[in-house]
Design a protein around this ligand. Structure first.
Ligand code: NAD
Length: 353
């Protein structure tokens, strides 16, 4: 077991190798007595381990979390939680499982402990995305924020390298877009840059040695920081494009972020060069989009939309959908501009800026 002084704290977050063994403490700190443990089917063994550690504080396990929080799954989990008289959820997994925990907290007021095993950062935001009949909607409500977040680097060593890279680039995307958000502050700028740097340094170490607990811990701190800024400032072009490509063309979440990020940042560097310069410097380059492209490639991330399932014929519709409704963005959004961006991203070309 960890000693108290081995556990670092930042708001609701706790950091430390072996922290999953302290989950009962976290549940008790929130004043809860009967926790329903949540996971995806793939991580059900982990959920059972957590239930064992919880002992009498475990009410049961629900291992059917899936991507994008469909309302039918939330309803099933809610019914199960009520049957078991649960007053708390412990979500162990990535953004999909944590999204289910947030949905249960939103609908039933349960206390929430999150134990993240990816870098997506949902555990740090008051944002809840839900899908109903194929339509994704998002809401922001402080009640969905987990009361405790336990970052245990020993858990994330199991995250396969390819997913570690794309998930890390997903977190870097939150930090990158925070730097030119209209509602940013000096504090969000500093937090975003620190999170970005944590991944710029830590991800290559993770690729080299996925079991490096120091690099895993540093990148988890980056995930918390990037998630926090995502919850504090508005996102722009990059997130809009990923939302369109995921929502309307079924592209995979983290891989799409990895491909789009260099291109969206290059597009916006045309108008936000000063805000984005620190990103390029963190990666040892001059042009932020080009530096991100080189970084992603060096880590073996996908760099072309055609490799993650988009057809060339879909590019004009994607550009039209991403310009259908206006939103704040540093560089003017035009359908022609986005089509050029998407063509380059589809072919896997390096951006110029
Ligand atoms: P995910 O949770 O869907 O996980 C992907 C797969 O990897 C799952 O099968 C999962 O069980 C498995 N997995 C996770 N961690 C693992 C580990 N350590 N070892 C082995 N396998 C592991 O993917 P994600 O990228 O973490 O989350 C994506 C979802 O989160 C999307 O629905 C996205 O919209 C949402 N999200 C929401 C917010 C928010 O603020 N609301 C922020 C970021 C992401």
């Amino acid at each position: 077991m960890l000693q108290r002084h081995d556990i670092a704290r930042d708001g609701a977050a706790r950091f430390g190798a072996g922290l999953r063994h302290h989950v009962a403490e976290a549940v008790a700190e929130l004043g809860a007595r009967r926790a329903l443990v949540l996971s995806t089917p793939r991580q059900s063994d982990l959920a059972l381990d957590v239930a064992t550690v919880l002992g009498p504080l475990a009410a049961g396990v629900f291992s059917r979390a899936v991507m994008h929080t469909p309302v039918e799954v939330t309803q099933d989990a809610l019914d199960h939680a009520r049957e078991l008289r649960a007053d708390c959820v412990v979500a162990i997994g990535g953004g999909s499982t944590i999204g289910l925990g947030k949905a249960l907290a939103y609908h039933a007021g349960f206390a929430q402990v999150a134990i993240p095993t990816t870098y997506a950062g949902s555990e740090a935001t008051p944002i809840l995305g839900q899908t109903e009949s194929g339509e994704k909607t998002t809401l922001s409500d402080p009640r969905v924020l987990p009361g405790r977040v336990l970052y245990d680097p020993e858990l994330i060593v199991a995250l396969p390298v390819e997913i570690s890279v794309t998930s890390g680039l997903n977190a870097m995307a939150h930090a990158a877009e925070a730097l030119y958000a209209p509602d940013r502050t000096a504090a969000t700028d500093a937090a975003a840059l620190a999170a970005f740097q944590a991944f710029a340094q830590g991800l290559p170490q993770v690729v080299q040695d996925p079991a490096d607990l120091h690099a895993r811990g540093a990148t988890q701190r980056g995930a918390w920081g990037a998630g926090r800024v995502l919850g504090q400032v508005g996102m722009a072009l990059h997130h809009k494009l990923c939302h369109v490509l995921g929502g309307s063309f079924g592209l995979p979440h983290a891989q799409t972020h990895a491909v789009i990020l260099p291109h969206a940042i290059a597009y916006n560097a045309q108008s936000a060069a000063v805000a984005l310069r620190p990103l390029a410097h963190a990666l040892g380059g001059d042009a932020p989009g080009a530096a991100l492209y080189d970084f992603a490639r060096s880590l073996g991330a996908p760099t072309a939309l055609r490799d993650v399932g988009l057809r060339e014929a879909d590019l004009p519709r994607a550009a039209a959908l991403a310009t259908a409704r206006p939103y704040p963005n540093p560089h003017p959004i035009t359908e022609a501009g986005l089509l050029t961006l998407l063509r380059a991203a589809w072919a896997g070309e390096a951006p110029a800026f």
